[in-house]
Design a protein around this ligand. Structure first.
Ligand SMILES: [Zn+2]
Length: 191
């Protein structure tokens, strides 16, 4: 008597059993039902790891001038020799280095990122996600992170996709956009 896998293991799932088409539900990633509470530690872990990794890569440069945290300035030297300047925007909370980065908008063009104070944890994670941490030069200072931080509304989904890459599904990012953004900005994840 030939016993099929399904008969032998009636309660199991069979990867190679094509006899019955999988339902739409079966094809969804297992992560589809995670709650916001379940996602927070996942994001904390990702962002705190990225922040720690970024800290190792920056270089200090005593010659960089600026007002320091809260009033810092940034300049990105591009490979084509153009210098792109950024400044802190009190109205939107956009930090100087993010302001400069948004004007460049292409990681392959970035040669050096000069900042008048160490990036705050949020800017640090963004640059680490972009693979730009090794290009960061800053005036010696701590990187605590002030209360305000912003990213342009129109580019927020792009930002969240970057911040959640590899740990959240697209549908989770869609579902929890505001929570993810506010959690990131609020720094509760900071090591
Ligand atoms: Zn910042």
């Amino acid at each position: 008597m030939v016993v099929s896998a399904r008969q032998r293991y009636p309660s199991g799932r069979f990867e190679h059993d094509k006899s019955k088409p999988q339902s739409k539900m079966d094809r969804q990633p297992r992560t589809r039902n995670r709650s916001w509470d379940a996602l927070q530690p996942v994001l904390t872990n990702r962002w705190s790891s990225l922040f720690s990794a970024a800290l190792e890569k920056w270089k200090e440069d005593q010659s960089l001038v600026g007002q320091g945290e809260g009033n810092c300035s940034a300049k990105i030297d591009t490979k084509s020799g153009v210098e792109v300047v950024g400044c802190f925007h009190a109205d939107t909370g956009i930090h100087a280095e993010i302001d400069a980065w948004l004007k460049v908008g292409d990681t392959s063009k970035v040669k050096k990122i000069n900042i008048s104070s160490a990036p705050c944890p949020r800017c640090a994670v963004v640059f680490e996600c972009l693979g730009l941490s090794a290009k960061v030069y800053h005036r010696p200072s701590s990187s605590r992170g002030g209360p305000s931080w912003g990213y342009p509304e129109a580019q927020r989904v792009e930002l969240l996709t970057l911040l959640c890459a590899g740990v959240l599904s697209g549908s989770e990012i869609d579902k929890y956009q505001d929570q993810i953004y506010n959690y990131f900005v609020g720094l509760a994840w900071k090591p």
